[in-house]
Design a protein around this ligand. Structure first.
Ligand code: SF4
Ligand code: SF4
Length: 466
């Protein structure tokens, strides 16, 4: 069988992994630590993360408290556009594309071909897959060489099968899996720049969740294409962040987000595809994020929950990096879901998150080309320009298909009507403070963040008094 782009059929026997009697790889025990670039350095032993200890999994078991559990399982979002893009907000999950894609039965590897299709070289095949992924809608694409520590040690989505590829779980240790599937394909989709200016608002929520839904579809298409070519493609086994760093998709910022060259932090990562297709791994990139984050701290000063550290990097699970307090960030969702879904302040304020324009590319390229010893100077100049032209807190007013981020959200529609204030729209919005204002309504939160500590203190007090 011949396929386009100069790719040709060839024998592509995937050798069976060399396993010991426990299912562990005989070769995988002493694999050198992977390189993730300058923003996340492996400095000590690094264990695979247990998937069952990730935020959503803990929340599903009710371990993060009642408000978050109810936020996840027992609510309907106030906005129809958010509802169709995010299954947990919807009135009926079957109305969401993400749910349909995640629950669809995954196809089998094409066995009708006498042999798996292979390109004339792994380089050509890698280029081919990247072009196909771009055609399907991916914005940034990278290929990582899989290291066992990038794989989850436990199951993900255990109780409802969402995201499952239909295979029985526990089919191999991380070492065995890394040997069986040597490559991971990382795809990402970017959020609409103008819409996320209205973050902490339904407009930003939709930009975020719609990008997530698009990515699910892109991943499903690429995985299906790989299977049709005669290779395996599985998901939900590998941690997105280290895989994306190794694949050169971006660098890790102080805000805990992957920062890409073209779109900054406004991208989704999703679940990389593990495959036995013979590919060529990309290398981590250096776009100056390490140098910028040392000076900038814009995300940390604007984070409403103080979840982003102002301090230096720390060593966590053997990796030196900036560590955010994910639980504090995650908890916010339960308290704001009447007005909006996702915060995204740390993404929006990041100087790398800018529209695709020549001056954005020029700024990043200038930083990349500056010698390491002089980068602090370039960073200070770029940060000054960013603060001057874009401000330190994003409050831009965004109007989009009937939505308006200048309108103050109200708790309940009838409240606005009752107190005589006009403008209670169909999306739970209330009064319009100034029709000419260019400033979006920015839900005030800094003063509320103590609530988590107060709740914890109350819980501890109640436990003590029992
Ligand atoms: S999403 Fe918001 S609360 Fe969470 S870390 Fe970013 S700025 Fe802080
Ligand atoms: S806002 Fe500044 S400190 Fe935060 S991730 Fe972006 S560059 Fe780094």
């Amino acid at each position: 069988m011949a396929i386009k782009d100069g790719l040709r059929p060839a024998a592509a026997e995937t050798p069976e992994p060399d396993l010991d009697s426990n299912g562990s790889s005989k070769q995988g025990k002493n694999i050198p630590a992977p390189y993730f670039g300058r923003t996340a350095r492996v400095v000590a032993d690094w264990e695979s993360v247990d998937a069952s200890e990730t935020p959503h999994e803990k929340n599903k078991r009710g371990e993060l408290g009642k408000p978050l559990f109810n936020w996840y399982f027992n609510r309907t979002g106030p906005d129809a556009l958010t509802r169709i893009a995010f299954p947990m907000s919807s009135a009926d999950r079957r109305n969401t594309l993400q749910n349909a894609v995640a629950r669809s039965t995954k196809g089998t590897v094409n066995s009708q071909l006498p042999q798996a299709v292979e390109s004339s070289s792994p380089e050509a095949l890698s280029l081919h897959i990247k072009k196909v992924a771009e055609h399907f809608g991916a914005n940034v694409i990278g290929i990582a060489s899989v290291h066992p520590s990038m794989l989850y040690s436990g199951d993900r989505y255990p109780e409802d099968g969402t995201g499952s590829d239909g295979r029985p779980r526990g089919e191999g240790t991380p070492e065995a899996m890394a040997e069986k599937y040597p490559y991971a394909i990382c795809l990402s989709t970017a959020w609409d720049y103008n819409m996320i200016q209205a973050h902490r608002h339904h407009i930003g929520d939709h930009a975020y969740h719609f990008s997530q839904a698009r990515l699910a579809l892109v991943y499903a298409n690429v995985a299906a294409y790989i299977r049709e070519m005669g290779y395996e493609a599985i998901q939900n086994r590998v941690q997105p962040m280290p895989t994306a760093l190794a694949a050169g998709v971006g660098e890790l910022g102080r805000n805990g987000m992957l920062i890409t060259e073209k779109y900054g932090a406004r991208i989704h990562l999703g679940d990389p595809i593990l495959t036995n297709m013979p590919l060529v791994a990309d290398k981590p990139i250096d776009i100056g994020v390490d140098d910028f984050c040392k000076v900038c701290r814009k995300c940390a000063t604007t984070c409403p929950t103080n979840s982003i550290s102002m301090e230096d990097k720390v060593v966590h699970n053997g990796v030196e990096k900036y560590k955010i307090n994910w639980e504090q960030c995650y908890r916010l969702r339960a308290y704001v879901s009447e007005f909006w879904e996702t915060c995204l302040t740390c993404v929006t304020v990041c100087p790398y998150t800018k529209p695709r324009a020549w001056w954005h590319d020029l700024a990043v390229q200038t930083l990349i080309k500056t010698p390491l010893s002089l980068r602090w100077l370039t960073v200070r100049g770029l940060k000054f320009l960013d603060d001057t032209f874009w401000g330190t807190v994003p409050k831009k007013r965004v109007k989009w298909v009937g939505y308006d981020s200048g309108i103050i959200p109200v708790k309940k529609k009838q409240n606005a009507a009752a107190d005589g204030k006009a403008g209670s729209g169909s999306n739970g919005h209330g009064e319009l403070p100034d029709p000419k204002s260019k400033v979006g309504y920015y839900y005030p939160l800094k003063e509320n963040t103590r609530r988590f500590e107060i709740m914890k203190e109350r819980e501890e007090k109640a436990a003590r008094s029992k």
